[in-house]
Design a binder for this molecule. Structure first.
Ligand code: 5GP
Ligand code: MN
Length: 343
């Protein structure tokens, strides 16, 4: 209750019960464990509470998260646009989860810009740029899944949270904290984890699905990245890894296979800033991670049309792969003082 403004909570609760029957929940493009987990968790609660609720993801998501879905949940917008558009047309409320910028709606952005539906935003990214009737935003929190738990509690629906929902929310928390290794120093996170486990969430199953369910090719791709494609810049405490389309094809790349690769260079002593570049069909996608004070979201916004959190952000560029990694190499000296500042 304390996390959100009490007046807003009261209003949203009244509005939900009085005016809302059909709900569409939408997390961000390239959905990760927190996006899928928080959306499916919230959806389960709404369904158990008697609402007509569904989840639409802008594009496909990693197969290691598919066990959280069921009965056509979630819909993938790029694969069934007409059906999704109809669901949006009929909705009384849209819930946006785990993003702060409408660009992260991908191809859904255009259709949604034509609609005037009430939006509830639940998110933990800084400075939300989204127009929303109700805003539940807290950058201090580990994950959107944790905020969704608080939201459910606030609107009095905690009794509707079953095993499916609890597993989904715990997946979000574990995924966004890297199994409680970062952004997980607040006692409230562990109180919520305790509540989720007491409702049947299976932390071992979640860890197995997130970290021990990869193909052999994916493991070999990781090995290849670390031995052949990791470039270290010790003078700037930085590193990068990049993968071309040809390399991805060679290792039979599947969505989600490179999740977490960007973190590995941070295990090298002294490295505090890591970048991962991956070729997509019409652009290069970039992920950034840091330790300490270096603000990767500012770096990403300034040079790679992106954003995110201070220590974990992403972006994309229309430059070629060679141009993108050359730009990165050339930018490092400009950031030298910030990179060697502390830690
Ligand atoms: P990842 O590197 O795992 O794709 O994303 C890490 C973080 O950066 C997430 O919080 C994600 O929301 C954010 N992020 C990733 N890509 C983009 C992007 O293209 N634009 C913005 N604004 N944020 C991004
Ligand atoms: Mn998140």
């Amino acid at each position: 209750m304390e996390r959100f403004d009490l007046n807003t909570c009261k209003k949203v609760k009244e509005w939900l019960w009085k005016d809302v029957k059909r709900i569409v929940i939408i997390p961000h493009i390239n959905p990760d464990g927190d996006a899928i987990g928080s959306a499916i968790g919230l959806n389960d609660v709404f369904k158990n509470a008697g609402f007509e609720s569904c989840v639409i993801v802008p594009n496909d998501y990693p197969s290691y998260l598919s066990w959280l879905g069921h009965d056509g949940i979630p819909y993938i917008y790029e694969q069934c646009k007409e059906q999704c558009n109809r669901l949006i047309d009929r909705a009384d409320a849209l819930f946006f989860l785990d993003f702060n910028d409408a660009k992260r709606l991908g191809k859904l952005e255009e259709y949604l810009s034509l609609k005037t539906k009430p939006v509830v935003l639940i998110d933990h990214h800084p400075e939300p740029q989204i127009k929303a009737e109700y805003l539940f935003s807290d950058t201090d929190v580990s994950s959107t899944a944790e905020l969704v738990y608080d939201f459910i509690k606030t609107v009095g629906m905690l009794d509707k949270l079953g095993i499916k929902g609890a597993n989904a929310l715990l997946t979000g928390i574990i995924a966004d904290t890297g199994s409680f290794s970062h952004n997980a120093s607040r006692p409230s996170t562990y109180s919520i984890v305790g509540e989720l486990i007491s409702r049947g969430a299976d932390k071992d199953l979640i860890n197995e699905s997130l970290y021990n369910d990869f193909s052999e090719k994916r493991m070999r791709l990781l090995g290849y990245c670390l031995s052949e494609k990791m470039e270290i810049f010790p003078q700037y405490r930085a590193a990068m890894i990049w993968l071309t389309s040809e390399e991805l094809k060679r290792y039979d790349f599947q969505i989600g296979d490179t999740e977490g690769f960007v973190n590995y260079p941070l295990s090298v002593k002294g490295i505090i800033f890591s970048a991962f570049f991956i070729q997509k069909h019409d652009h290069v996608k970039v992920s950034f991670r840091s330790k300490g004070s270096f603000a990767t979201n500012e770096f990403s916004a300034a040079h790679f049309n992106g954003g995110g959190h201070k220590n974990a952000s992403g972006g994309e560029t229309n430059l070629s792969m060679n141009e993108a990694i050359t730009l990165f190499r050339e930018l490092l000296p400009q950031y030298s003082s910030l990179l060697i500042k502390d830690y």
